[in-house]
Design a protein around this ligand. Structure first.
Ligand SMILES: N[C@@H](CCC(=O)N[C@@H](CS)C(=O)NCC(=O)O)C(=O)O
Length: 263
């Protein structure tokens, strides 16, 4: 059976679980130790030197990066197809995925850096929060245009275009930045969350939140025991949104980190 190294909060992991559920492919999830704190080791790191979730293991195969994993799932389990049929529509959907993965994602991540991990407070936090709200407004307008008259981002039916968007919009909506009321995007948001594959995946977040101890995590950050990964687009986001001092303070205190080396 497929094993998926995962964390319920990871939007990238959610993409993969929604795809597997849409295709009816059985899988088990494994929660790697040390994730988020910079202490991952063992079989997980052997499978993914980047030490990130999601990482998929199918027999001898171990692969990482949600987009690579989605491609594998689509190739190995082609029915039902999750990508649209035509080259142009497939390209459109892949482009939306790229935007969500690398431009939209750090907004919810960055807000959690402020609100859960208390990286900034007062005026500094307010400045970053305002930048995030403005960015989300722009992305929602862009997404509204991408959706156009379609029922789903994928086209006539739910698919790759939708599972690539819903985890990220839910992440930002969970930080109180919901799609504008009465927009087509808001209607899509409700429709997508009602999809059983999505509902099952988001229910796992609530289940985890009930049992995990996120409450003292700001203390752990302060003590340098919890090192958050500021890889690529997240580092850029923090700096361009007004959080250069957050980065400098994190480097000084040793509670942020970058990608591990490969060996
Ligand atoms: N581009 C990767 C991003 C994966 C990623 O950033 N995963 C985060 C969780 S959302 C992670 O595992 N970070 C490791 C850590 O913080 O220790 C993908 O699409 O899978």
């Amino acid at each position: 059976m497929i094993s998926l190294y995962d964390h319920p909060l990871s939007p990238y992991g959610q993409k993969v679980k929604i795809a597997l559920r849409e295709k009816g492919v059985a899988f088990e999830t494994v929660s790697p130790g040390g994730l988020g704190a910079g202490g991952a080791a063992g079989e997980f790191v052997a499978a993914n030197p980047r030490a990130e979730v999601p990482t998929l293991v199918d027999g001898e195969l171990a692969i990482f990066d949600s987009t690579v994993i989605l491609e594998y799932i689509e190739d190995a389990y082609p029915t039902p197809a999750l990508l649209p049929a035509t080259p142009a529509e497939r390209a459109r959907v892949r482009m939306i995925e790229e935007v969500m993965d690398t431009h939209f994602e750090p907004i919810a991540w960055g807000l959690s850096e402020l609100r859960w991990f208390k990286r900034a407070t007062g005026d500094e936090a307010a400045k970053i929060e305002a930048a995030a709200a403005k960015q989300v407004e722009g992305f929602y307008a862009w997404l509204e245009r991408q959706l156009g008259e379609r029922e789903w981002f994928n086209g006539a039916g739910f698919g790759w275009g939708d599972l690539a968007v819903i985890p990220f919009v839910n992440g930002v909506a969970g930080q109180d930045l919901t799609p504008p009321a009465s927009s087509r995007l808001a209607a899509w948001h409700a429709r997508a969350n009602a999809r059983p594959s999505v509902a099952e995946t988001t229910a796992e977040i609530a289940a985890m939140a009930r049992t995990s101890g996120m409450a003292n995590v700001a203390d752990l950050v302060e003590k340098g025991l919890f090192k958050r990964e500021y890889r690529d687009h997240r580092l850029e986001w923090m700096i361009k949104s007004g959080g250069l001092d957050v980065v400098l303070k994190g480097l000084e205190r040793g509670n942020i980190r970058f990608s591990p080396g490969f060996n």
